[in-house]
Design a protein around this ligand. Sequence first.
Ligand code: FAD
Length: 379
Amino acid sequence: MATTSCDVAIVGAGLGGCFLALLLGRRGRRVVVIEQGPSIPSAGADFLKPPGLRVLARHGLANLVERHGLRRDIIRYYHDGEPIKECRFPDGGFLIRPYKELVELIYASCAMEGVEFWFDADIDDIAVGDDRVEELTLSDGRRLRADVVIGADGTKSAVRQALGIEQVTMPYERLLMRVATVPLTASVAQLNRLYFSSDGWLAYLYPLNRDQARVFVGLPPEDDKEIFQDGIPALIDELKKFVTDSSDAFNALQPAKWQLIKVSSLRVSAYHKGNAVLLGSAAFACHPMTGMGMSYTLHDAEILADVISAAGGDAELLDRLLYARYEPRRHAHRQLIDYGDALAATFRDRDAYLAAFRPDLHVYGVAAAPAELPVLQLT
Ligand SMILES: Cc1cc2nc3c(=O)[nH]c(=O)nc-3n(C[C@H](O)[C@H](O)[C@H](O)COP(=O)(O)OP(=O)(O)OC[C@H]3O[C@@H](n4cnc5c(N)ncnc54)[C@H](O)[C@@H]3O)c2cc1C
């Protein structure tokens, strides 16, 4: 079967892969995106916070993603039923838009830039020689050669494995996450509420659109077996103990389909090797309660598009620019992962949670000097 050549091969059509493909396509690069699934993925991310919104605005995509999205600017936190904090997001707040919808918008924009997508593409072999990816071979025999190869293929990245880049994965095993989509009720439409309990539970309720809401329940693994495998008889009794201002949503929870989500953090030892680069969850993963993974990934894609364009096919220059401009992103990612770890360790403890909460990272996605911290209303 014939070999296809392109400037940039991107493995993975998630947010990172699609956004980078769009930016490079706009700059006239020939881009091929290889996706193992039949379509754009449907992961659990729903919140795009201000840093990510600003990246999209810089590339003329703000109106597109806002059009059917929902803006919110407050999250109210509770512990054992009592409100303990409100986090306010300035300048219009954050956007709620289900992951699949968001990525599909960017994917649709790629078509106008001539980006090629290969769906249902099963990678058989990634040939690495002289510390660079020489060729990708699919199980149907198709071959792809590219000046630059991007591993935007998620936490289990095949590109990362082929490059032999080391990883440290830390599952957040003490808190199993379940998510369901339910009809929207008045309390959820009014406010995003995130409840913690000293028994080690959490519940987060927020609207998805005018009709539907998402409910995240986090619980100790030993409770999960009892509650979710027996047709959820005890779920509402447990929630009643600490979910105080959202009881109108209880009726909707019982018949809901509860999906189990396994959450881990991920750190890797390098972000590139030769002509191959890791992006998004292939490079780092933090606790979802930071709500910042997509924002950082969008900014990383922006940096990568600049670097790849500036290198213009010069392998040595690409390597130097990646060291200078992309590898340093590991510091910001490490900080975010550490922050997510610190938050996750305090969910049971009101005072420890309040002490660990960082408005700079939570709202703005960057570490600020103490004098620059936004003022939070503490109730
Ligand atoms: C439960 C949960 C909730 C989250 N909530 C938020 C949130 O509210 N806000 C936020 O900013 N971030 C959130 N995040 C983080 C966010 O999901 C990630 O930052 C984002 O999805 C990263 O995008 P990506 O393109 O790197 O990876 P992914 O979306 O994981 O995409 C990877 C793609 O690669 C494909 N792929 C994998 N292997 C191969 C292969 N071998 N060949 C071809 N294709 C392959 C996959 O099918 C997939 O399409 C959350 C994460 C989790 C787990």
